[in-house]
Design a protein around this ligand. Sequence first.
Ligand code: SER
Length: 564
Amino acid sequence: MSAEELRKKFLEFFKSKGHAVVPSSSLLPDDPSVLLTTAGMQQFKKYYTGEADAMRDFGSKNTASVQKSFRTSDIDEVGDDSHLTFFEMLGNFSFSGYFKKESIQYADEFITKELGVPISFVTIFGGTAEVPKDEESREIWKSLGISDIREMGMEDNFWGPTGNEGPCGPTTEIYCENKAGGRAEIWNVVFNEYYKKDGRLQKLKNSGVDTGMGLERLAMIVQNKKNIFETDLFSSLMEILPAEMDIKTKRIAADHSRAISFLVSDGVAPSNKEAGYVLRRLMRRLISYGTGKESQLFKEIVANYGGFYPELNLEKILPVFNQENEKFSRTLSSGIKELSKFQSIDAKAAFKLYESYGLPFEVIKEYEDGERAKNLTREAFEDEFRKHQEISRAGQEKKFGGHGLLLDTGELKAKDAEELKKVTRLHTATHLLQAALRKVLGDEVSQKGSDITSERTRFDFSFPRKLTPEEIKKVEELVNSVISEGFNVQVEEMDLEEAKKSGALYFFKEKYPSRVKVYSVGSFSKELCGGPHVPNTSEVGKFAIIKEEGIASGVRRIRAEVMP
Ligand code: SER
């Protein structure tokens, strides 16, 4: 059974059991407490807590999905038989619909009847002082004829939460093996009975179910393979890679090119922080292998996965990758030369190599089969990284702190009433600028950052190439025409969810409260924002773009001014 059939079979099975099939959410979550989407339940967090109503949104209390997921925490494990950074997660979810009995029965039926795969053994939660042992699951498994039931502790059989708070609970997990000797934990069934906040568990009012099954591991079992890289999800990628490459490196290259394709297609651009930093590491590690096969890999991935994930876009992936490739290749050989001078590399040296030549941890660690960096650990490297960030943050504070700013929202800064007036005009201009950019360049433009002082606004946004002079002119003209129309700037307060649904633009990195303000200018611009803004666009003044430049692959920066 192909992976494609497995996805389909899974969704159809749960549909037949009354589940609403929900598409995968983006790898970039709108939950700012996590960097990337790590599990299928993430897009459903608010249905467990009762903040949102599944019946109203999906017409059912139960859902199923195939979710694009990414786990940075597994990056050092990639290369073995079963770990990945990017993977697909099959999941069924219930928000006070069903609980232990049905979820275990469904899992058993799907694995043993639909797929005809025997279950080797299962695990249940063994209990702690705070959370009782899961006797109920044991009884259910027994009634289904499973006799090898193993008890596990907090570490293995208690899941969640994602981010710093959220639903979580005890799990029961299913293990299978095949004739080829492939074996894996394939399905994690979580009973969300608790909500964790500030380190404490509170009982959720209504219990829920959250299950996750890695498609790759399932395919390995079903397709009778020894490891996930022999399944049809990877075999064609492995074949593209040079025959002389060692197997572990091949696996990493295959994993990373998949991850890169999906991340870029979801709008991540390489940079030095957050999701962009993760992407850059993957790209640089892949580039350092020097296979020359990257484009071919991306093409194959889009051909293989594009049917199920129409967002995969080769025209987006190639230029973003090529740009990073060009940039990194320039420093790679000098970096390696520098690296070769060290007999042994400690965290300090590694961080220096990262800072001066862009060599990521993984490249340094793997250099010459890892001999020279034997004693280098990721923890020590990350400590160096953090120390450096703290130093630069301290520098920032010195620059802005201490001289009594009248306004400092992080985005807007003003020291007196006069500056406040100016930044307010520039702030409204910034909203108009974003709307105009989207009208001229398309909806792929989204805000990546913004900073407004009394002199200028600085706006960062996603876009793959330099703007032409004509485009810049068009954007300017559009903004100025809206200014001269003299629109009132309207503000409305509403619930965050409602605001997002209204189509208002928002900055995904920001943590918003549950009630938010939405500012709009006619039908031209609509954005979630804390203000302040001018009451009428005519007060903005004449708008001019003074500079347009690239600041990271796929990210552009515009500086603009307003004149009286
Ligand atoms: N949230 C659980 C996991 O990620 C089950 O979906 O394993």
